[in-house]
Design a binder for this molecule. Structure first.
Ligand SMILES: O=C(O)CCC(=O)C(=O)O
Length: 254
């Protein structure tokens, strides 16, 4: 099993995220990217389209120009062994266990996808915490974001607010869809602390489900790909009857 160094653990606890360089081999990233491109080309479902989300910049409908632009290849875990093996690899599980405890579950209901950010029709994602639509006994989950190619501001990499996972937000700081309201001075102050999560292929961003993050559109000529999975302590159960409990957990035991 691979593990974080003590300074990396301390960095995660303080900032709500940590980036570990070069965890996945470039060959593996290339294989995952080629697979994702084939699934995109053949529109192999389940898929999430940009037009369904209606985020800023997304096509108005599935029939509009660019309407069939895919935002996520969903259900990556059951989609192919290549994604599955990565999600349960010692590089990931060893580190996630360090942060969450020895008995970890992978959630199939959240993330569990390949994010595909298309240059022509991608949308911007406003500031949010991933926990907004997730329903667990405790808001303690960790996602892993594996860059399958370079990620930088121009192709819409993630923007993060270090330490925001520890802020006790009030409901009114968010809009009806749980995006952070940028017209609130207190929020604007918080966002001044933002950093860009620049990644190279093979780098992994580990981030807490309460970390504020956002992302811009892809303004380059190439689609950006990232494989993203979410984990939680097996004792932190999804609430019955919610979307979080809609698919079986994948147990990853020591
Ligand atoms: O890549 C993006 O546009 C943002 C993705 C994101 O924030 C999310 O899936 O929670």
């Amino acid at each position: 099993m691979s593990v974080f160094s003590p300074p990396e653990v301390e960095y995660f606890e303080r900032n709500g995220f940590v980036i570990v360089k070069n965890i996945a081999a470039h060959k593996l990233c290339e294989r995952m990217k080629a697979l994702a491109m084939r699934h995109l080309g053949e529109e192999i479902g389940p898929l999430e389209y940009e037009a369904q989300l209606k985020y800023p910049g997304s096509p108005a409908s599935l029939d509009a120009r660019g309407g069939r632009t895919v935002r996520r290849l969903l259900q990556a875990f059951s989609r192919d062994a290549l994604f599955r093996e990565w999600a349960v690899s010692p590089e990931i599980v060893g580190r996630v266990r360090q942060l969450l405890g020895p008995s970890v579950d992978l959630s199939q209901a959240h993330h569990n996808c390949v994010m595909t950010k298309n240059p022509a029709f991608s949308s911007a994602t406003s500031w949010h915490q991933d926990i907004r639509y997730w329903s667990f006994e405790k808001p303690e989950l960790i996602s892993t974001w594996l860059a399958l190619g370079q990620e930088h501001e121009e192709n819409g990499c993630l923007l993060l607010v270090p330490g925001s996972h520890r802020i006790e937000f009030r409901r009114e700081q968010f809009d009806d869809a749980f995006f952070l309201r940028e017209d609130v001075e207190e929020n604007r102050k918080i966002l001044r602390g933002r950093v860009t999560a620049e990644l190279d292929a093979g780098d992994v961003l580990f981030f807490h489900c309460r970390l504020l993050h956002a992302a811009g559109r892809n303004r380059t000529g190439l689609t950006k790909f990232a494989a993203v999975f979410t984990y939680h302590d097996a004792r932190n159960r999804p609430l019955p009857g919610t979307r979080s409990a809609s698919l079986p957990e994948i147990p990853l035991r020591a």
